[in-house]
Design a protein around this ligand. Sequence first.
Ligand code: SAH
Ligand code: SF4
Ligand code: F3S
Length: 479
Amino acid sequence: MRRGQRHKRFHLRTFGCQMNQHDAEKMANLLHHEGLRPAADAVGADVVVVHTCSVRERAEQRLYSELGVLCALKQQRPDLILGVGGCVAQQEADGLLARFPGIDFVFGSQNLRSLPAMIRAAGEGARSLRVDYEESDARFDLPERHPDFGPRSPGRAFVTVMEGCDLFCAYCVVPRTRGREISRPANSILEEVRELASKGVVEVTLLGQTVNAYGRPRPGRAPGEVSFAELIRRLAKLPGIERIRFTSPHPLFMTPELEACYAEVSELCPHLHLPVQSGSDRVLERMGRRYTRARYLEIVAGLRRARPGLALTTDLIVGFPGETPEDFEATLSLVREVAFVDSYAFKYSPRPETPAVRRGLSPVDPERAQARLERLQRLQAELTERAHAARLGSLTRVLVEGASRHGGGQQTGRCPEHRIVNFTAPQPVPAGVFAEVRITSVTPHSLLGEATAQRAGENLEQLQAPRGPAPRELQLPVV
Ligand code: SAH
Ligand code: SF4
Ligand code: F3S
């Protein structure tokens, strides 16, 4: 860039899951390497990219209202470059370019690396579309993370290990928007995590649409070099890595080998988000989930034997076509039986070209579905409250993320079980550092506590033996 020439500014608007959030980090890095710099909002940007989610209809609608606003902005400022990426882009492709003349480019979830080229083309007045599915693992090759767009908060980072989904659950658009399952080479994952650890990352969250399918043998394909369980074991050995999480696993790939990791790998956090969707075998079968209620419960029992105290959370869908009151009761009873610490419950939303829509299945009446959703959420609120109350008085280890949005000098972070812990401390604890916190009260959504005088004794080692270089616990004065 010549002296005096201003850097172009970009603004990314991201919707959807953690994979999308992480893809946004990847895009920000690509654009940084391309010489662009971030803008706080669309008004201050030369390039705006909306990064979309299509999992439920409401998510898609949010894009359309957002695009309405951005296209109006572009009418005032015709030099504004406007792009749409992610799952709606993959799904609607050229339909988006046709419907919104203000859009300069549309790119799918496997085409992140085309972003700089599409921006350059738009600068020369060309509109472009890149939504090809890429079978190779080249999509995982991205430039080095710049500190500003690296880990989402100090100490923690997302790492993609696989992408795509081959399961085609009847309700789900993801196999269409994310394409076929592909696992990333283990060496490249290990290298990335080693590099992150050298920059102070202590917690990694491994990402994939069916993350624990990683490396599985599949007909007509070479098996991966290592299984998901083996990948976890290797990552746990990297100096500095103290916490390993992953999302989202599928019950079908909860192997005995992976269960054993919960007993043997202390870095693997005592929390698992294991989507169940329904407690009724009839509905699970119609959804094409490939497990039964009994199998799900067996997995839960095995995991709890391996790691007593494991916190389980889940996803649930109510109102799937044909769900009877008895089916719904079965979901309530499963939720009660597992005693999930938390769950995300959704009303079934018909998605384009999914098996359920192609079969012409009609959803449960919306009012009934709404009533079921509310009952399920009430039950969950009780279970969450009970799980939180059981933590009162206990000590936990919080990876600090920064100041709490509740103010009052509180700080916030996550405990190993992935609950939000807001706490006070005699002095601010830097983000990315562990704090030992005693839980003194609870709310429906979080735990509240006080940081204890750390390392005054043995308590931290008892909680979770840290390993690797430079212990990052903050030395607070003994109070
Ligand atoms: N890969 C994950 C889920 C990804 S989508 C898995 O297999 O579990 C995240 C959640 O959105 C799903 O678990 C499901 O509960 C919900 N979901 C997906 N499609 C949906 C739809 N059509 N209607 C309502 N909820 C849906
Ligand atoms: Fe969707 Fe099912 Fe694949 Fe999960 S496993 S992404 S719910 S199709
Ligand atoms: Fe949404 Fe695509 Fe993620 S549909 S949930 S952004 S994989």
